[in-house]
Design a protein around this ligand. Structure first.
Ligand code: FDA
Length: 312
């Protein structure tokens, strides 16, 4: 990473909101559900499945948590109406987990009820470590009740994850595996690229051959993708046994190659007015892009005015 990129990465939080707004046009499908649906239809036409995400997290009161769940009911309606080939991903704190487990569970159940009736699916995203236990506990409870149309996420960076994965064996669940996007303390999380990749690949080696899991392999990283493809080939897994997952706006050329090679690929499609925190996370992940945007803006300061999130 060059010095300029490094400096930009460490100062993302000080970036003017207008610069982050510019970034949003790459990572966020728009501010409205209609824009998100249009993006999903484009991705479906390109041979990709989608998972739709309403941006937002850590809400402050029950009414807001309930409103987030209400919006997901609208998203499910839109998926049906526009025949989008896709499902939804929810954030536990957006559904109230930061306030109480009961509120989170109540709101997930409301969305699950509708998703189940429609034959759809709800992915419960994983947030930072204070929420891991509660998220997994609610997920287990739902699955033990026989609700199969839900899945959750495990993060390779956490030391606990291999045990969590093995602990879910009995459920044969639908799991998204990813590196983990949150900064976590070194007592509980791997910190280096090599250690996180080794943990990710170990999980793939454990879970892919078992076949009782359905895995969403969520990464844009070549070595992890290559390791997954090797295991898939060695164990002669069928296309229906797993899928690759990628974020909107990230490494589209790799996404296309995966589709061309015959894999199922699902794209995570966020939308909504609360794009700021999401884009800051993406910028921190990709200092090169942050550097590129900053250079662009410095060359052309007019960009800071008149660009709306969602403009493409
Ligand atoms: P890595 O970060 O090493 O990136 C590999 C390469 O991909 C980079 O070198 C760069 O070329 C490219 N790249 C990565 N990020 C980029 C970016 N933002 N812009 C441009 N290029 C980029 N995390 C979590 O904690 N909980 C969750 O629920 C989810 N959910 C989720 C869903 C889906 C579908 C995906 C793809 C990812 C998540 N994540 C997540 C995020 C995940 O944990 C991780 O932070 C990112 O996927 C980046 O990790 P990679 O595996 O891509 O590797």
């Amino acid at each position: 990473m060059g010095l300029f990129d490094k400096t930009v990465a460490s100062s993302v939080k000080f970036m003017p909101k207008a610069v982050v707004r510019k970034v949003a046009s790459r990572y966020v499908s728009g501010e409205t559900l209609q824009q998100a649906v249009q993006e999903c239809k484009r991705l479906n036409d390109d041979g990709c499945l989608v998972t739709m995400d309403l941006l937002g997290e850590s809400i402050e009161d029950e009414a807001h948590a309930n409103a987030s769940a209400d919006t997901y009911l609208d998203i499910l309606d839109a998926i049906e109406e526009h025949q989008v080939d896709g499902n939804v991903s929810i954030k536990p704190t957006h559904f109230g987990l930061g306030l109480s487990v009961e509120l989170f569970e109540k709101n997930v159940r409301r969305v699950l009820e509708k998703a189940g009736a429609m034959g759809n699916f709800v992915r419960i995203d994983m947030e930072d470590h204070p929420y891991t236990d509660d998220t997994l506990a609610v997920f287990r409870k739902l699955r033990e009740e026989g609700i199969e149309y839900t899945g959750t996420v495990l993060q390779a960076m956490l030391h606990r994850t291999q045990a969590d994965l093995e602990g879910l064996d009995d459920l044969g669940p639908n799991l998204r595996l990813c590196k983990g996007v949150y900064r976590e303390p070194e007592e509980i999380a791997f910190q280096t690229y090599d250690d996180i990749n080794a943990s990710f690949i170990k999980m793939l080696e454990y879970a892919l051959p078992k076949r009782n899991y359905y895995l969403g392999i969520a990464t844009h990283d070549d070595p992890v993708i290559e390791a997954a493809e090797k295991i898939i080939a060695e164990h002669e897994l069928k296309r229906e046994d797993y899928e690759f997952q990628m974020l909107l706006g990230v490494r589209q050329e790799v996404r296309k190659k995966l589709v061309d090679r015959g894999h199922r690929v699902r794209v995570y499609v966020p939308y909504g007015t609360e794009w700021y925190a999401y884009c800051v996370r993406r910028l921190k992940e990709n200092p090169k892009f942050a550097g590129f945007v900053t250079k662009d803006v410095l060359k052309n300061p007019k960009m800071l005015f008149g660009t709306k999130a969602g403009d493409r």
